[in-house]
Design a protein around this ligand. Structure first.
Ligand SMILES: [Fe+2]
Length: 235
């Protein structure tokens, strides 16, 4: 356990409110009474530390970590970036977990009833630990859009779910990364629930430096934990 200084309060202009009328299920689970701020004491300023020994060699490569009899289908992608703290310093040795639908827009989950094929060679989850400069790199398949029951003809934009621990319990972030130019973004209440000025922080950027020749397109997604330029949460 490592103790860190106090962290800035969350910027609620950037983060989605707990209850957002367009995102229907938030009204069933969001708090209805004002929140009581907790003091940042040792239990908030420390957190679980994950060692590289618990992350396997293929855990960051979703194109290979669940192969049964061949390659997963779809467009290969590389997603890479840096994790920074509220002062712009790299957050090293922190666990990042991702999960996503396959290329057809289907999750391996018993509650996913979308009539689209599962891919026997794609599980859709992975993890890695940032290096000394806060950098991470995942290999995956571009996730497909999928329908959901929020409103008539509702479709989620292509997205990858991210969970980060950071150095303390108050830096825990669960969010979603989107892709540039997706026409579904402006129709998606989960994306729109983030503050107008902060939404763009959720959209990755196509990056030729990350793109690997003859292999996969690259997208950059930098993540900031806490502070004024924090990446908004998307639970
Ligand atoms: Fe999703």
């Amino acid at each position: 356990m490592t103790a860190h200084g106090p962290f800035s309060p969350r910027d609620w202009d950037a983060h989605p409110p707990y209850v957002y009328p367009g995102y229907k299920s938030t009204s069933l689970r969001g708090p209805t009474k004002p929140l009581i701020p907790l003091k940042q004491t040792l239990s908030e300023l420390t957190g679980p530390i994950y060692g590289a020994e618990s992350v396997g060699k293929l855990d960051h490569d979703l194109t290979r970590n669940a192969r049964v009899n061949g390659e997963p289908l779809g467009e290969r992608i590389v997603v890479a970036g840096r994790v920074l703290d509220e002062d712009g310093r790299p957050v090293s040795n922190t666990l990042i977990e991702i999960w996503q639908a396959n290329a057809a827009g289907r999750y391996i989950h018993k509650s996913d009833r979308h009539d689209a094929p599962l891919d026997p060679n794609f599980r859709g989850s992975g993890r890695c630990v940032t290096d000394g400069e806060g950098r991470y790199r995942f290999y995956s398949i571009k996730p497909g859009a999928y329908p959901w029951g929020n409103h008539p003809n509702a479709w989620r934009p292509n997205h990858i779910h991210f969970s980060l621990f950071g150095p303390s319990f108050v830096t825990r972030l669960v969010t979603q990364m989107y892709f540039p130019g997706d026409p579904l973004l402006d129709l998606d209440p989960i994306y729109l629930a983030a503050g107008e000025g902060a939404r763009k922080l959720l959209i990755s950027k196509f990056d030729l430096e990350i793109t690997e020749a003859d292999f996969a397109l690259g997208y950059r997604f930098d993540i900031v934990l806490r502070g004024r330029s924090a990446t908004p949460a998307q639970d």
